[in-house]
Design a binder for this molecule. Structure first.
Ligand SMILES: Nc1ncnc2c1ncn2[C@@H]1O[C@H](COP(=O)(O)OP(=O)(O)OP(=O)(O)O)[C@@H](O)[C@H]1O
Ligand SMILES: O=C(O)[C@@H](O)C(=O)CO
Length: 423
């Protein structure tokens, strides 16, 4: 029976946390959407040690994000989970109104818990928190590319200031000096009257800091943060090999990239020199979506015939493409639909491994594939792993391995090296 239940506000964030939990010895399943539609715990596998519910709630209307998150919490409790983790983005992606604060408040209220910690630091991916300011590698959050994110532009780096307008609770903070003084000092700071009922931002710049915070919060029913905080959790399978799901076996593969992030654009640039590739043309999609998708699928299956060892790359934005702004949401939707249709057609044509780049894109692909659960397997890079699922295509189930890559994760060669982790 699962002990740990997590609620992630997007799909790549869910596999990011699940990857970390597997590395910490939890057999982990990602449930796509609220298990059992919120009615029961039918979809929660009893053999899992941890379940991560993948929602698409980051930029949903706040009422919907809160309702889905509370429904997920209820399903996880019904499945036997006793501790909970609210996973949001390591760049604290949110609007001035939410959804991080409102969801954290609602989950605490549902659990009857007064307060909790806020820990977006994830040093392995360059996210650190010092003096309550969030850094992305060398830059403050509001000086990083996140400043101009089309959906959640981050124009401040101070987590207290970002959070205060989002929550009905007080916002408190625990400085780095206290973290360095050890788990006892952090626990004492969290038990102080001004912190007990608050959302408390805790500084962390290293993995050891995260382990200290995890030790200091082991008594809390709910913690919140990015995947880094899970570094300090320990699952029942010390040997992470036995916590991992097995891969599908040999079969055709492809990369579907709908991400417009700087890291992905560099990965596309690198992969195009090595793999056969095709760029999506939004104008062609608009003129004849079905025809354009059929052309892309024919390209990919032709590549498989020519050289089964080289996965074709289908991408929306590369180094040479102008980065799409928020001006044309219709085009973004069209790109997502096209890649989702490519995914279902490729699986029907025999694809067994799909590497998908972009959080929204991953949501569209996983939903189109009709995948209900993802079982996390071999790691590829911090925050990215292969995950085994059963896709429904043409009315029948097909075993598929998916790697869902968040836009800013992974080294430049990820699209060409990820396949090595499957063997
Ligand atoms: N050339 C393009 N023209 C129009 N829309 C595009 C283009 N390239 C990508 N998009 C759209 O931009 C969005 C990218 O978001 P997505 O979450 O998939 O990746 P991301 O930008 O890397 O973000 P994240 O960090 O959440 O992974 C998608 O909706 C995608 O369809
Ligand atoms: O925490 C992160 O940065 C990622 O897991 C994420 O949330 C991607 O959207």
């Amino acid at each position: 029976m699962p002990h740990l239940g997590a609620i992630a506000d997007d799909f790549t964030g869910a596999t990011d946390l699940a990857t970390m939990l597997v590395a910490r010895g939890f057999r982990t399943v990602v449930a796509v959407g609220v298990p059992g539609g919120g009615q029961d715990a039918a979809d929660v596998p009893a053999e899992a040690d941890a379940v991560v519910v993948a929602l698409k709630s980051r930029t949903a209307p706040t009422g919907q994000a809160v309702a889905e998150s509370v429904a997920a919490l209820r399903a996880l409790r019904a499945a036997g989970c006793e501790r909970f983790y609210f996973k949001y983005c390591s760049t604290f992606d949110s609007t001035p109104r939410g959804n991080i604060g409102p969801v954290a408040d609602a989950l605490l209220d549902e659990l009857g818990a007064p307060g909790t910690v806020v820990v977006p630091a994830f040093p392995a991916t360059g996210r650190t928190v010092y003096r309550a300011r969030l850094f992305v590698h060398d830059d403050l959050l509001d000086e990083s590319p996140m400043r101009d994110h089309p959906l959640t532009p981050m124009r401040d780096s101070h987590l207290g200031r970002l959070l205060a307008p989002q929550t009905v609770r007080a916002v408190h903070r625990v400085p780095h000096e206290t973290v360095r003084a050890g788990a006892g000092a952090v626990r004492e700071a969290l038990d102080a009257p001004q912190a007990r009922d608050a959302l408390t931002v805790v500084d962390a710049t290293t993995d050891d800091d995260l382990r200290t915070i995890a030790a200091a919060t082991a008594h809390l029913p709910l913690v919140t943060g990015a995947a880094g905080l899970a570094l300090g959790l320990t699952g029942p399978h010390g040997d992470q090999e036995s916590a991992r799901a097995r891969a599908t076996g040999r079969g055709p593969a492809a990369v579907l990239s709908g991400s417009a992030s700087a890291a992905t654009r560099a990965q596309v640039g690198h992969a195009r020199r090595v793999l056969p590739s095709r760029a999506l043309d939004p104008q062609a999609l608009r003129a004849d979506l079905e025809g354009a998708v059929a052309g892309l699928v024919a390209f990919a299956t032709g590549c498989w015939r020519e050289d089964p060892g080289r996965p074709p790359l289908i991408y929306a934005t590369g180094e040479e493409t102008a980065v799409p702004g928020s001006a044309d949401p219709g085009a973004a939707q069209l790109v997502e639909t096209a890649l989702a249709r490519c995914a279902t057609a490729l699986v029907a044509a025999g694809a067994r491994h799909l590497l998908v780049a972009g959080g929204e894109t991953s949501g569209a692909v996983v939903t189109a594939l009709g995948a209900r659960t993802l079982r996390i397997g071999a790691p590829i890079a911090p925050g990215v792993a292969w995950a085994h699922t059963e896709a429904v295509s043409d009315g029948s189930a097909h075993p598929v391995d998916l790697a869902l890559k968040s836009g800013n994760f992974g080294g430049t060669d990820l699209f060409t090296t990820a396949w090595g982790a499957l063997s």
